[in-house]
Design a protein around this ligand. Structure first.
Ligand code: ADP
Ligand code: MG
Length: 253
């Protein structure tokens, strides 16, 4: 029985102004799968994430992106979010004094309305949030913080995993932060990804750190170079990367 993919990217070419960044990127993701997208800095990973989220400023010149069979690129970012695409921090950044859970509640209720479910009131939302915090073994202080205000790289990642747990996306895209993650943050992110794995949703975890894959067990690993996937495999590809580095893999091609 063949099932419809959640995401089907076919021969995507895209860039900014006159710079080509993605050069024939193809990837298919089915429900229940965790994919790791790896590659050296500058290979185009974050550009791909930005295009999937619908961020402004990128031109797609060729290829297609289907989400549950529909053209994802035709949807505006808010529609994508409502339809269950999650890219961390597509919600407002750095708004001092505004509690981050305010946005999360609004985002969740948008998604619930879209699904025909009732909106959660403040008390119901708080109960949900506390439950997720417990499951993820996070600190409740997270709830008191303003949106991204003064978050460290590790804290941003924790907040991101928390947002993902609350919103229960169909497709979660986790891009690495620019700043390095300490080992605790790495473990929180990884265990979050592992705990939030569901048969009806998928995760695309983007990183250039091989060590992230010591904690997350992806179903598929893809190595990206110069705007496209140059090698795909199972989790053993991550081990090969660890042993031989990107050079080792790219040399074989
Ligand atoms: P990665 O996330 O794999 O490190 P990026 O997608 O951030 O890679 O960047 C890929 C390439 O595109 C890099 O050479 C980067 O400098 C360039 N690039 C990305 N975004 C822009 C932009 N907005 N304007 C100009 N160049 C960009
Ligand atoms: Mg990046």
């Amino acid at each position: 029985m063949s099932k419809q993919p959640i995401l089907e990217i076919n021969n995507l070419h895209a860039g900014v102004e006159n710079k080509k960044i993605l050069k024939g990127f193809s990837l298919t993701i089915h429900a229940g799968e965790v994919h790791a997208l790896m590659g050296l800095n500058g290979s185009g990973k974050s550009t791909l994430a930005a295009i999937l989220a619908g961020r402004d400023g990128y031109d797609v010149t060729e290829g297609s992106v289907k989400y549950f069979g529909k053209d994802l690129l035709e949807l505006d970012p808010e529609e994508r979010a409502r339809e269950g695409v999650f890219l961390a921090f597509q919600y407002p950044v750095e708004i001092p004094g505004v509690n981050s859970t305010y946005f999360l509640k609004a985002a969740l209720n948008e998604i619930r309305k879209h699904k025909g479910q009732s909106e959660l009131d403040a008390i119901e939302f708080l109960a949900l949030v506390k439950d997720k915090i417990k499951v993820l073994e996070l600190n409740e202080d997270l709830l008191k913080r303003s949106v991204n205000e003064g978050f460290s790289g590790g804290e941003k990642k924790r907040a991101e995993i928390f947002q993902m747990a609350v919103l229960e996306p169909k497709l979660a895209i986790l891009d690495e932060t620019d700043s390095g993650l300490d080992i605790d943050a790495l473990k929180t992110v990884s265990s979050g990804v592992n705990k939030l794995k569901r048969p009806d949703s998928a995760q695309l975890v983007i990183t250039h750190y091989q060590r992230l894959l010591n904690y997350i067990i992806p179903d598929f690993v893809h190595v990206m170079a110069d705007g496209r996937i140059v090698k795909s495999g199972g989790k053993e590809l991550a081990l090969e990367l660890e042993a031989n580095g990107y050079d080792g893999i790219l040399k074989q091609l």
